[in-house]
Design a protein around this ligand. Structure first.
Ligand code: ZN
Length: 289
């Protein structure tokens, strides 16, 4: 179940007077359990209707309910403040760190002219200049911890994606039974259209171990997943969240989002899509070229 949380800023400006009795009481219990000492507005934490409906207001008020989040529900009430998410000239979710690219939603792709300034990190692998130092530090930390880790991909150009797309479409076409246009449509539906690969951002990196192994259980990748947030990275396509990313689970693929978001995303076990969705549209617009 997915509950889309509300924008905390909007909530502050809007109090719900009716129908929030149970929610408010449950929230009070929750806050008491967490040791919180201030009581926020009634609906500053989103509550799933099903859970609220299963409690009578009287029960909740007595505080005797051992309230638990329903399976799959994520409590976003502790989202970092938007102001802490950005710096430089662009604040909040519009900051370059949160550029969202996926093949699931055609509005989240990059055009052919998206080419950020990049720096070579090692072995001819380029990364966005403003995040390159963090990538270098992340790699150094893994090596200091005794692991062998290699980069197997960073930036992937639009042109290379175009070539891959054409290759996939013609392979499908060659199998017969459809026109080339139909084959292209099929590949597009799979999310492989040019501009839909996150590697074009220059903020995504694939790691592998010294033997070229790249599994969730590969020891160095387990270490990197455990420590990535410290360097501003997230495991971008975790297992079990394919419905949110529109991408199959991919071990070894990490994405730079900066430390504030990375810490939150990794602690919650969520994805960049969910993190951005957790803020209201008004909070910021995703930059798409
Ligand atoms: Zn990748």
């Amino acid at each position: 179940m997915r509950i889309k949380p509300k924008n905390p800023k909007l909530i502050k400006a809007r109090r719900i007077a009716v129908g929030a009795v149970a929610a408010c009481a449950v929230l009070t219990v929750l806050l008491a359990n967490r040791g919180g000492d201030t009581l926020p507005d009634e609906d500053s934490a989103p509550l799933p209707e099903a859970a609220v409906a299963s409690l009578s207001p009287e029960d909740a008020i007595t505080g005797e309910i051992d309230w638990q989040y329903p399976e799959g529900w994520i409590d976003y009430s502790d989202l970092p403040p938007l102001e802490s998410l950005g710096d430089e000239s662009v604040q909040g979710l519009s900051n370059w760190r949160y550029l969202l690219v996926n093949g699931l939603d055609r509005s989240n792709y990059l055009r052919s002219n998206y080419y950020p300034e990049m720096t070579m990190v090692e072995n001819n692998y380029y990364f966005q200049t403003r995040a390159a130092e963090d990538l270098t530090a992340f790699l150094a930390a893994a090596r200091d911890a005794g692991y062998t880790v290699r980069i197997s991909r960073t930036y992937l150009s639009y042109a290379d994606q175009r070539t891959r797309f054409n290759g996939m479409a013609s392979t499908l076409y060659d199998q017969g039974g459809m026109t080339l246009a139909e084959a292209e449509e099929r590949i597009t539906a799979l999310g492989y259209f040019p501009g839909a690969d996150e590697h074009q951002t220059g903020l995504a990196v694939n790691f592998e171990d010294g033997n070229g192994e790249r599994k969730f259980s590969t020891p160095v990748l387990e270490w990197m997943t455990e420590h990535c947030a410290e360097y501003g990275f997230i495991l971008r396509f975790p297992e079990g969240r394919e419905a949110y990313t529109g991408h199959e689970a991919e071990p070894g693929h990490y994405r730079y989002v900066g430390q504030v978001a990375a810490e939150y995303i990794m602690r919650k076990g969520i994805t960049l899509e969910e993190f951005k969705d957790a803020y209201d549209e008004e909070a910021g617009t995703v930059i798409v070229w």
